[in-house]
Design a protein around this ligand. Structure first.
Ligand code: ME8
Length: 519
């Protein structure tokens, strides 16, 4: 077994259960899941956290409109979110809900600690409030008088509130962003530094105009407002402050993976809160780009969303995961279209990978009675295939270190395409006609089986079900998937190959486009 390399704590944002999640949330969670699986496979003791951010005025308003209590409302939506992650086989270790007792009590303890330190005080808040986004804005932040995030009208609002002394941490935050790689990419870092250097206002952390929230422990008229409640999930889920075992083991987090619109909260407010609590800062905050539809960002409140469940029902989990991870460049926005998705599924999965598996399995069945043959010597084609196949794992590691999922998959597909080309170069069906060429034929089929063994390991973090299907067809069902084995060749010996169903069906793109449009 792989030796343990240390701990790795990765988190997604906790999503608002204001309605069902869409493909944008799926995108972030699929990236976190692939990274968690990759780190586990490469020997880390991983903790992967996701969850839901359940308080706030918006949820309270929706629940009232539906005639149910906020708790009933979020319970329903959260059950659906957990079902989605179960369907997608998301390998989280913990799912935190901000309405759970463990979170509520710990947030109150955190509030008290910050209050006792003198970092929280009572004041009066006045600003422009966007209800759908639950954000207060200053006049100068508005875009054409409207909310800079969603473009909708804002209302003037004033209320007694508790404040966190964010301004006190301004210099320390500048130091953190200037002198560490806590926040990447660099463009985001510069943007945040610019923002901090304009001067930070203290942060309003309570509300008294609605009551769907965690009560302020020292003042029952108030509930704790969004960000103190939400950001702290990353430590309350580890037991902070009362149950130190997990916290000491996994904190500081290695990565908070978040969408670019909440980088500001994670790279300014969150470290300042941690500084106030005297606990270490997470190693990295990584901001990913948005999936856009033609016409703008997918958003629950705008209603222009793509439902992942429909796509999974039609194309399967692995095809959808592959598409999301392969198509988009981390950190950049990308446009989602059905056509791009279908082409990826057809070209890369059905054609490249699917064909390689079915051709290899059927030739081993046909020419070697289904038993993986031994190899006998090697020519230049064999050497080249072997070098590319055994060299891929290190390249995948390099790309994964950069969260470049698309490039990691591209490295794997270089092996897939090389192996397909190797079949054409070696033409096993011609070798099979000449008894004297039997050793060369055996070597060729051995090398193809070996390449598929390596591919099955490399794709495991991204598409474990497909990996297992390939391993079953190659007679490797008995063996654990071990990352280090992807660096080795000639590990297979007389495995029993059994061709199965096509791992990805070929899609009629025109027909699928019509069907999807009609859905
Ligand atoms: O912001 N493209 O929750 P949220 C890509 N509760 N990613 C997208 C996306 C899109 N079109 N739409 C959403 C919140 N996301 C807070 C977070 S964390 C302490 C609190 C993803 O339900 C992306 O990761 O609005 C984004 O940051 C997150 O969902 C926002 O989810």
């Amino acid at each position: 077994m792989t030796e343990k390399k240390g701990t790795y704590y990765i988190t997604t944002p906790i999503y608002y259960p204001s309605s069902n999640l869409h493909i944008g949330h799926t995108y972030c969670t699929v990236m976190a899941d692939a990274m968690a699986r990759f780190k586990r496979l490469s020997g880390y003791d991983v903790r992967f956290l996701t969850g839901t951010d359940e308080h706030g005025q918006k949820i309270q308003t929706i629940a009232e409109e539906k005639g149910v209590s906020p708790q009933e409302y979020v319970d329903g939506v959260v059950a659906g979110i957990k079902d989605l992650w179960k369907t997608m086989e998301i390998s989280y270790d913990d799912f935190i809900r901000t309405t759970e007792d463990r979170h509520v009590q710990r947030v109150q303890a955190i509030f008290n600690k910050m209050y006792e330190k003198g970092d929280i005080y009572k004041g009066e808040y006045e600003g422009m409030y966007c209800t759908p986004c639950e954000s207060f804005w200053t006049e100068s932040q508005l875009a054409d008088g409207c909310c800079p995030d969603c473009g909708r009208p804002v209302q003037k609002a004033k209320e007694e509130a508790y404040f966190f002394k964010l301004s006190k941490y301004q210099d320390k935050l500048i130091d953190l962003l200037e002198n560490t790689n806590f926040l990447e990419p660099e463009t985001r870092r510069n943007e945040m530094l610019g923002f901090i250097k304009q001067g930070l206002d203290d942060l309003c952390i309570s509300r008294s105009t609605f009551d769907w929230g965690i009560p302020v422990p020292i003042d029952e008229k108030h509930v704790i407002y969004v960000w103190l409640d939400a950001l702290t999930n990353y430590i309350t889920a580890l037991g902070y402050p009362d149950d130190p075992a997990l916290f000491e083991k996994y904190w500081p987090a290695n990565v908070h993976l978040v969408g670019k619109e909440i980088v500001r909260f994670h790279s300014i407010i969150w470290p300042a809160m941690l500084m106030s609590l005297d606990i270490p800062i997470p190693k990295h905050v990584l901001g990913h780009g948005w999936l856009l539809l033609e016409g703008g960002k997918m958003s629950k409140s705008k209603g222009n969303v793509v439902d992942p469940v429909k796509l999974i029902d039609r194309y399967g989990i692995d095809a959808l995961k592959y598409f999301l991870l392969r198509e988009y460049t981390f950190g950049q926005d990308g446009v989602f279209t059905n056509e791009v998705m279908l082409k990826r599924m057809n070209y890369d999965l059905a054609n490249d990978l699917g064909n390689l598996v079915s051709r290899t399995a059927s030739m081993i069945e046909k020419y070697c009675a289904g038993i993986v043959p031994e190899s006998h010597g090697e020519d230049d084609f064999d050497k080249d295939l072997k070098a590319i196949a055994t060299g891929a794992a290190a390249k995948v590691e390099t790309q994964m270190d950069k969260f470049a999922f698309n490039m990691a998959l591209e490295e794997i597909w270089i092996v897939v395409r090389r192996a397909n080309k190797y079949i054409d170069e070696k033409a096993p069906w011609i070798l099979a006609k000449d008894e004297a060429k039997k050793p060369e034929l055996d070597t060729c089929l051995h090398n193809l089986a070996e390449s598929l063994r390596i591919i099955s390991i490399l794709i495991h973090p991204f598409m474990h079900t497909t990996s297992e299907k390939i391993r079953k067809q190659m007679g490797l069902w008995y063996a654990d998937v071990v990352w280090e084995d992807a660096f080795e060749f000639n590990m297979m010996y007389q495995e029993q190959v059994k061709k199965g169903e096509a791992i990805f069906p070929r899609l009629d793109i025109e027909k699928e486009l019509e069907e999807l449009d009609a859905m």
